[in-house]
Structures are given as structure tokens and as C-alpha cells.
Write a protein that binds this ligand. Structure first.
Ligand SMILES: C[S@@+](CC[C@H](N)C(=O)[O-])C[C@H]1O[C@@H](n2cnc3c(N)ncnc32)[C@H](O)[C@@H]1O
Length: 231
């Protein structure tokens, strides 16, 4: 069971306002020519627009519930997605591809460097030479932590979330609650310097670390958008 199974039907309404990354990932997919592997494909928020552009997408996720919603969305849109149940640390993909993406902070679900290294090592393996790994993560600022810690906030109408931040071990316990469903998930964050070390140790060249999806440079704010390359 994945913590996302319980909120698979709630996920799209919960993330309804998250749209700023779609054009960015679509642009990266077009630049690569495909096929694209999306790790943590979820309900297809990013994968479906890419597939609708005529690019083959292999989507990996550990939540059967999310994959079911994703398959439904793909069918409604009239696109084919190659959906695979699996762990992003060991993606069930044997093809070599020019682009692997991991949007919307999914890598924060990995909580140890061992897991992160395992995931990055396997991404490196499944990239063709010159292929890119593009992902986004965040590292919360003190102001954000203080403003939201242990408070129920209405993120979308009728959908609430509560963040319990632990700045000491840099973990976040996030509870999401809708009318009929609720889940709690664990995340962990790293600094930009730490992500860079992990990427380089896994054999990637960092091409860019942006501060947002409009490709502005990262200047120490919360969001990081990484573009890395297998040499
Ligand atoms: C924040 S959602 C992102 C979904 C989608 N990429 C998007 O942008 O909307 C995180 C996704 O990662 C998946 N996930 C979390 N840990 C995973 C793991 N270890 N292996 C595979 N999928 C995982 C969850 O099931 C969920 O669908």
C-alpha cells in the first residue's frame, strides 16, 4: 500500500492549482524527442500533456490507485501511456531513453541518502548517453515553516492539509484531508548543495539549477528545478 492510494481520487482536486510546471516539462520532452520516463507519474498531470503531444511516455508509480486514475485520464484524453507499477528507486524500465523526469517534488519521498543514491544510480543507467534527468524539489524557508507548522490550511475548497515540519532532521509529515479520504505522508528535504553532490557522485553533469519553471536562476529560495545530464 502507498500513502497515495487513499487520496488517489482526491489528488487532482488537491493539486488543481499546480499548473506552472506543465509547460516546462513539455518543453523538456519536446527537446528530448522522447521516449520519456516519468518517475512518480501519479495521475498523469504531466505525462498526459506530453503524450498528447505525440511523445511516448513510460510512467512508473508505486501507487496502484494513482495509476488507475492516470489510466482513466489517459483514456479520456485519448492518449496511450505505458504505465508500470514499481518503485522509483528501481524503475521497471529496461529501455534506454533520452529523458527521465520526476516532477512535483516526488524525490522528497526518499528519506535517506542511500535511497537517493540508489534512485539516481538507476536513473543514470536508464538514460542514453547525453540524456537528461530533470526534476524539481524544494527546501522550505524558516518563514514558511513558522507560518504553516501544525496548522490545518484549506488548500482547495474542502481540501485541507497540515504540515508538521522538523527542521532538525529536515523532514515533513504532511496530512491531506478531503471529505471522504485522508492520508499522511513523509517527506525529507536537502539543500541545493547536497543535491548537487548527490547528482555529481552519481555521474551526472549539472546543466542548470533553476529557481522556478520560467528558468530563472536558483538564488536560495524554496524551489529548485534541476536539469542534469548523463555525459
Ligand atoms: C507529488 S505526487 C507527483 C505526481 C505527478 N508526478 C505530478 O506531477 O502530479 C508523487 C507521486 O510519487 C509516487 N511515489 C512516491 N514514492 C514513490 C516510490 N518510492 N516509487 C514510485 N512512486 C512513488 C506517489 O505514489 C505519487 O503518485
Amino acid at each position: 500500500m502507498s500513502s497515495y492510494d487513499a487520496i488517489a481520487e482526491l489528488y487532482d482536486p488537491w493539486s488543481a492549482s499546480v499548473v506552472e510546471d506543465v509547460a516546462f516539462y513539455l518543453e523538456e520532452a519536446r527537446r528530448s524527442g522522447g521516449p520519456v520516463v516519468e518517475l512518480g507519474v501519479g495521475t498523469g498531470r504531466i505525462a498526459v500533456p506530453i503524450a498528447a503531444d505525440g511523445i511516448r511516455v513510460i510512467g512508473v508509480d508505486s501507487s496502484l490507485g494513482m495509476l488507475e486514475v492516470c489510466a482513466r485520464r489517459a483514456a479520456l484524453t485519448g492518449v496511450d501511456l505505458d504505465l508500470r507499477v514499481g518503485d522509483l528507486r528501481e524503475p521497471p524500465v529496461t529501455e534506454r531513453v533520452p529523458l527521465v523526469v520526476c516532477p512535483f517534488r516526488s524525490l522528497l519521498h526518499l528519506r535517506t541518502d542511500e535511497d537517493r543514491r540508489r534512485a539516481l544510480g538507476n536513473v543514470h543507467e536508464l538514460l542514453a548517453s547525453g540524456g537528461r534527468f530533470v526534476f524539481d524539489v524544494f527546501a522550505p524557508g524558516t518563514e514558511d515553516i513558522n507560518a504553516t507548522h501544525d496548522r490545518w490550511l484549506e488548500r482547495e475548497p474542502g481540501i485541507f492539509e497540515r504540515a508538521i515540519w522538523n527542521a532538525g532532521d529536515r523532514t515533513l509529515t504532511l496530512t491531506v484531508r478531503g471529505k471522504d479520504s485522508e492520508t499522511t505522508m513523509a517527506l525529507a528535504w536537502l539543500s541545493a548543495a547536497e543535491w548537487r553532490v548527490l547528482l555529481e557522485a552519481s555521474g551526472f553533469e549539472v546543466e542548470a539549477c533553476y529557481g522556478w519553471f520560467d528558468r530563472r536562476p536558483y538564488k536560495g529560495d524554496e524551489d529548485m528545478v534541476w536539469v542534469s545530464r548523463r555525459p
